[in-house]
Unconditional design. Structure first.
Length: 216
């Protein structure tokens, strides 16, 4: 009888462990609605840094300061929190950079780490806080063929299918760290992608954010 009980308990523990979601999720709240993102375990430095900043409420009341239609929506500059409408944003950070963890694709909904260009940042280190949400455009096989040749990479059939179904920005692949993806709220990102902007792609009307981790 005791052995039967122990085996039942062991089976319960194994099933529970298998069903446990290993990912961390966060909700980005904006005036347009909420966006839920999943953080990748394959990019532990970026994942842990993002979790740390969210817990510190670092992002609260900062802006999505850059919107490029059919491209990306970018935020996370700490200097944007109290920025004047004419201030140029995009240079702020928490005082450190992150080592690159490049590999994941820029399919629509990807969450990537912003960085300075190769000419001044040849090691492709990421800004410590700024991130972007990928909207992008439609992608076909010819587009993927082009970027395979230019970048010396090879997309699997599954990756091609994903790009063709969802769209994205394959020409950013292998150049920037993608550390998560949107799992709910692509419609909110689409609304943000269409806002009017002024110089330096800054939205005419401020888009502020708050971010909270989802407690399991």
């Amino acid at each position: 009888m005791k052995h039967a009980i122990l085996l039942s308990l062991l089976a319960f523990v194994l099933v529970t462990s298998c069903n446990r979601d290993p990912y961390t999720y966060a909700v980005i709240t904006t005036g347009y609605g909420d966006i839920t993102i999943k953080l990748y375990n394959s990019t532990p430095e970026h994942r842990d840094n993002f979790i740390k900043l969210v817990k510190e409420e670092f992002y609260d009341y900062t802006l999505f300061h850059r919107v490029v239609p059919d491209f990306i929506v970018q935020g996370g500059d700490p200097k944007s929190r109290n920025a004047h409408p004419l201030d140029l944003l995009g240079e702020g950070d928490p005082g450190y950079l992150l080592e690159p963890e490049i590999g994941a694709l820029h399919v629509r909904g990807a969450v990537g780490a912003a960085r300075k260009s190769d000419d001044i940042n040849p090691t492709r280190k990421s800004n410590g806080s700024q991130f972007y949400l990928v909207w992008g455009a439609g992608v076909d096989d010819a587009t993927l063929d082009t970027w395979e040749q230019r970048k010396g990479i090879k997309y699997s059939e599954a990756q091609r299918k994903l790009y063709k179904e969802k769209g994205g920005l394959p020409y950013l692949d292998m150049d920037y760290t993608v550390f998560g993806e949107i799992v709910d709220g692509l419609d909110i990102l689409e609304k943000m992608d269409k806002v009017s902007t002024s110089r330096n792609d800054r939205p005419t009307d401020d888009i502020r954010m708050k971010i909270r981790l989802i407690e399991k």
